[in-house]
Design a binder for this molecule. Structure first.
Ligand code: FEO
Length: 396
């Protein structure tokens, strides 16, 4: 049971998933996650905002039972993805009077994904409101704060914005509210990087759209709530801005030490030039950490050997991921060591098609890096420094 009262008549009734380790079979969850669902009792009507992952249906239903909810008027669906909507069919079975309130696009997803029957829906649009009696829910469409149908729900009288994935973090915590500390910031940034970054410009518009609301609490459906909405709004403004930082990522994979030597030499050379460097060994790196670094970095250098007739598959995976996450990167460098064939540059460029960073002169090394190779890496570092100096938007 994880029922917690937020204010009189407003409860957190979702579930904490303490030991979930991966999401979408892709994203590592080092801190677990939660599926926050909120119950709002008005003087006349009762609404549930979002539900939980299908694995936690029993928790949600038990929480509603613990609160003595015998009649549920509305289930608000801010987002159709199953970690928030997967329990809707079970809730509708338990409460046959309940209507699903959502937008037209979300209705389509809920129909296709979960088979929610047409007669259970009431479709709302931008700015529409429903009354719970002494409380009012207002709906704002905020597409692409993960999927195209996402929206947020504003509880007018209590000044609470329910944002589902927007401003969320994959953090399992007993804290109802974020403490504003480093861990919370990191969790939210990691979540932004993995989920929101590909839609950065749209996310920024949605931040601008909601920030004029009079808010006391932002209540996402993953991780803690925010009593200080400005904290997370300012973080999102930073992450979604056009600014990059004086940071370079070196993502490398090495089979016999040649590429490692090149990557480490580049790291030292960049550090000597005052550039913040983040180095990831692609064989062991947590892709969430790499995604977080991509939020701010001006430059990425991929360093990998050739194997099986092409560049190492780990570098292809990284390049594919970078392209999919669409970071603000301005520049990309490629270093490759090879034995008898050097198609590395073309293979990486084939993966990076959506973003358009400037590509530095690649450094191709036959065998182990020698003095001439290291000099070329120094030249790349010098070029990176000059480019960073010319980026007038850079912040440290
Ligand atoms: Fe937490 Fe897009 O679902």
């Amino acid at each position: 049971m994880t029922v917690r009262e937020i204010k009189s008549g407003i409860y957190s009734v979702g579930a904490i998933d303490w030991d979930r380790t991966i999401f979408d079979e892709l994203i590592p969850l080092p801190e677990g996650t939660s599926y926050n669902s909120y119950l709002i009792k008005g003087s006349e009507k009762t609404a549930l905002i979002d539900t939980v992952d299908p694995t936690k249906i029993d928790t949600l239903l038990e929480n509603l039972e613990e609160l003595g909810v015998t009649c549920l008027d509305y289930v608000i669906s801010n987002h159709a993805e199953q970690d928030h909507s997967g329990a809707i069919p079970a809730v509708l079975d338990r409460y046959p009077e309940a209507e699903v309130i959502t937008n037209e696009k979300c209705k389509g997803f809920l129909t296709d994904l979960l088979g929610v029957p047409d007669e259970r829906f009431t479709v709302i649009g931008e700015g529409d409101e429903i009354s719970l009696g002494d409380r009012t829910l207002r709906f704002l469409l905020t597409p692409w704060v993960h999927w195209p149908e996402t929206m947020v729900t504003y509880l007018v009288e209590d000044k609470i914005l329910f944002t589902c994935d927007f401003f969320g973090s994959h953090v399992a915590t007993s804290d109802l509210y974020a403490r504003g500390n480093y861990e919370v910031y990191t969790g939210a940034k990691r979540y932004y990087a993995e989920i929101m970054m590909p839609f950065r410009t749209t996310v920024r518009k949605n931040v601008e759209k909601i920030e004029s609301l009079d808010m006391e609490i932002i209540a996402p459906s993953h991780g803690p709530m925010y009593k200080d909405p400005k904290f997370i709004i300012d973080a999102y403004k930073d992450w979604t801005s056009e600014d990059v930082k004086n940071e370079a990522i070196i993502a490398f994979v090495s089979m016999h030490g040649s590429t490692r030597k090149a990557a480490e030499h580049l790291a030292e050379t960049l550090m000597e030039r005052g550039i913040t460097v983040k180095v990831f060994n692609l064989s062991t790196a947590d892709i969430g950490e790499l995604a977080m670094a991509l939020v701010d970095a001006a430059t990425l250098v991929l360093a990998a050997p050739t194997v099986l007739g092409g560049i190492h598959p780990s570098a292809i995976y990284a390049a594919y991921l970078v392209n999919a996450l669409r970071p603000k990167l301005r520049h990309i460098g490629i270093i490759s060591s090879y034995g008898w064939g050097g198609m590395a540059v073309q293979h990486v460029q084939n993966c990076v098609t959506v973003i358009k960073p400037e590509v530095f002169e690649p450094v191709l090394i036959r065998g182990h890096p020698g003095e001439e190779d290291l000099r070329k890496i120094d030249d790349m570092a010098e070029e990176i420094m000059k480019k960073h100096e010319n980026l007038n938007l850079i912040k440290r």
